[in-house]
Design a protein around this ligand. Structure first.
Ligand code: SIN
Length: 326
């Protein structure tokens, strides 16, 4: 098992340390004190949890994905811990957008500097437009449009392989807000760049790669699937090589036009640096919070700073996409 030691002593990340190694990054015009972002899902369910992530060093924070109307989500069991990661079949449980807006306002009035990204999942353009306007009005600094929930049924929203639908949803959000629009993509192999291209054409500012990978687990004694939803989204370590490849491809295809954020299995500074080298401008962290706690943000940021120092770089931007430049 890799440790967090070595590169990057446990120093507190600073925007520019005495040695001149800057962790601050710019993401679609937003300033992040460091390139770590709380991923949608794990702690983004209230203002106080978002604030805890920000106070613990997250450069930006993302809400749990919200829908226009309340959703109960799937019945238990909805989570299975595997040796390679976590499978969840949550099913987008949330109180609906309107009741959540006070949480966004409370976070924004807390004075914390880490930008808040509001994650939304919409069934059609009209919903996407309404939700995006409401979330911006409440104070979100950016909107993340989730077009890749692994637990949504095809009957609800069939975005995978449907560039036209993705284009319509992104256009609707783009028209409705002035804040940056992030689009969270699925871990496709064929078709990823087509789907991303539709989002870019429709005016997305940032591509987020990737959401969890649909998988399943079976109870051999009961002889049936463990999750009530039968399948679930696989996150954590197993997802990292897949999402890293997606970031590398997206940066290669769209890196001149748009920024990419990496998400999937970031546990330590090496994971984060791999994503930066592949072309990510920042990394989202989710599942690792369950195993490593909130200190993961500072530990990853400190490690990135140590890497920059040891390798002779002075900013995060300098290494973004470096693996493509050779
Ligand atoms: C869920 O609530 O089912 C997970 C959301 C997502 O991964 O998009």
């Amino acid at each position: 098992m890799r440790t967090e030691g070595g590169v990057g002593a446990e120093t507190r990340p600073s925007e520019r340390s005495a040695g001149g190694w800057a962790l601050e990054v710019e993401l679609a015009g937003l300033r992040l004190a460091n390139p770590t972002v709380l991923a949608s899902g794990v702690l983004g369910t209230s203002a106080s949890l978002l604030a805890r992530a920000a106070s613990s060093g997250a450069g930006a924070v993302t809400t749990k994905t919200l829908t226009l109307h309340p959703r109960r989500g799937n019945p238990n069991p909805v989570v299975v811990e595997l040796d390679t990661g976590l499978l969840n079949s949550m099913g987008l449980p949330n109180p609906g957008l309107e009741p959540f807006l006070p949480e966004i306002r409370a976070y924004r009035s807390s004075g914390l500097r880490s930008p808040l990204i509001g994650s939304i999942w919409a069934l059609n353009s009209e919903e996407a437009s309404t939700m995006a306007s409401m979330i911006q009005e409440a104070g979100a600094n950016a909107v993340e449009l989730n077009v890749s929930c692994p637990n949504a049924s095809k009957d609800e929203l069939d975005t995978i392989g449907s560039e036209q639908l993705v284009r319509e949803l992104v256009e609707a959000v783009r028209r409705s807000v002035s804040v940056p629009v992030f689009v969270k993509l699925p871990p496709l192999h064929w078709g990823l760049t087509k789907l991303a291209g539709a989002a870019v054409d429709a005016g997305a500012d940032v591509l987020v790669a990737t959401n969890a990978l649909r998988g399943m687990a079976i109870d051999v004694r009961a002889r049936r699937p463990i999750l009530s939803g039968i399948t679930g989204g696989l996150s954590g370590r197993a997802l990292k090589p897949v999402a890293l490849r997606a970031v590398y491809e997206l940066y290669g295809e769209f890196g001149d036009e748009i920024q990419v954020v990496g998400v999937g299995g970031v546990q330590d500074w090496r994971d984060a640096v791999e994503y930066l080298l592949a072309g990510a401008s920042a990394v989202e962290i989710g599942t690792a919070l369950i195993y490593r706690g909130l200190s993961v943000f500072r530990r990853v940021a400190s490690g990135i700073e140590g890497y920059l120092r040891e390798e002779g770089f002075h900013s995060v931007e300098e290494i973004v996409g470096a693996a493509r430049r050779g």
